[in-house]
Design a protein around this ligand. Structure first.
Ligand code: MG
Length: 384
């Protein structure tokens, strides 16, 4: 099978979107734009090494955003897009790929159909393959005298990414044409006379440039026929000697503690199990065995973060979670907002999508007798 490498160009500063954070690191329904772009390729079995080219100030952002993903170490971009791609290609050369797909990090909604089209054209012998879309809007420009004139749009097409190339051919083109100013790799392929196949692009494969684009991409994602799943979790822990309990990631002073191998945070344990349930990934005991000394006294936020990462790895976006704590004491009310904030932080989920509720059992049962407390949790996940 031919080796297909991917080069994700994420070195732009994204200044048109305003803020201090480059657009590719902005969140889009719980995942950054960059990670969505990466996953579109890295999830596929037919695609090999994934090389990301990043901006000089983005090392920390990149490391945080892509934690847990199997990627090559990032390469620094240059002062132009062309230099950035060239740096990425030079880094990939060591892996001797047959083909490379060069993709803009700002196109997170690229579909398998577009990727399939590009790969098929390369396998059929084209040296380059580019997704194109016709121009629908009427185009105008100012002529020499400053007056507006209409540009005939017949035959005009918009180029998207991923643009696919025979690896050796595009690397040679970049080496030969270094210093030329082009806006994409197709332009370079034309300059050196590669044979280029045109494949259908898609409107949804939009490039996120403005705040409007980001909002539009979010609407597209929400409206897509995603596979919605729910997961349920339950946990209980027994009270013991102590002076505090951990609940939903918050330390609460109490006249008892909770017994458990880890920090015994029943709220986060129920939530972790719900995450795992939504993707059919077993239960918390399988991932963090109580027999493993490593987890003694462990803080449960790491269990939840791990389960959330598994959801992302499975192609899921967490859209909502709801926890119910069942106990007579401690009183949950004063800590409820802090709990929601903590969960929202761990999951990078908007706080209005995180619910924490509390109830008693009116003195009945083990929670009523104050022998321990329990928690239930429900999680909703969309899988693309
Ligand atoms: Mg537990």
């Amino acid at each position: 099978m031919p080796g297909i490498a991917v080069l994700i160009v994420a070195a732009g500063k994204g200044e048109r979107l305003g803020g201090a954070i480059p657009k590719q690191y902005l969140p889009l329904l719980g995942q950054t734009v960059l990670v969505r772009s990466i996953l579109a390729f890295s999830r596929r079995a037919d695609i090999g090494p994934v090389q990301v080219v990043i901006g000089p100030n983005d090392h920390d952002r990149f490391a945080e955003a892509t934690l847990g993903l199997a990627l090559l170490p990032p390469v620094l971009g240059g002062s132009t897009r062309q230099e950035s791609v060239a740096n990425g290609l030079e880094a990939l050369a060591a892996y001797l790929p047959d083909f490379v797909l060069v993709h803009d990090a700002a196109r997170p909604l690229v579909s398998n159909a577009v990727i399939d089209g590009v790969i098929a054209a390369l396998k059929n012998g084209s040296q380059a393959a580019v997704p194109l879309l016709p121009v629908a809007d009427t185009l105008r420009k100012k002529d020499g005298s400053g007056a507006w004139v209409t540009v005939p749009r017949d035959g005009l097409m918009r180029a998207q990414t991923p643009q696919g190339f025979a690896f050796d051919a595009i690397l040679a083109a970049h080496r030969a044409q270094a210093g030329q100013s082009v806006t994409d790799d197709m332009a370079l392929a034309e300059m050196v006379g590669l044979n280029i196949a045109i494949v259908p692009g898609e409107e949804t494969n939009m490039k996120i440039t403005t705040q409007d684009d980001l909002a539009h991409a979010e609407r597209l994602l929400r409206g897509s026929l995603a596979d919605t799943r729910t997961g349920f979790g339950f946990d209980a822990h027994r009270f013991c000697e102590g002076d505090h309990v951990w609940l939903c990631g918050i330390k609460i002073p109490h006249d008892k503690g909770l017994e458990g191998h880890s920090d015994a945070d029943a709220g986060l344990h129920a939530l972790t199990d719900a995450m795992l349930g939504a993707i059919g990934a077993g239960d918390i005991g399988q991932h963090f065995p109580p027999t493993d000394e490593k987890w003694r006294g462990a803080s449960s936020d790491q269990f939840l973060a791990h389960a959330a990462q598994l959801v992302v790895d499975a192609g899921g976006s967490i859209t909502h979670c709801d926890v119910t704590l069942i106990c007579e004491r401690p009183k949950v009310g004063p800590y409820r907002m802090a709990m929601r904030e903590r969960i929202s932080q761990i999951l990078t989920l908007d706080i209005d999508r995180v619910s924490v509720k509390a109830t008693t059992t009116e003195g009945m049962g083990f929670t009523g007798r104050r022998e321990g407390l329990a928690a239930q949790a429900l999680v909703t996940v969309r899988v693309m």
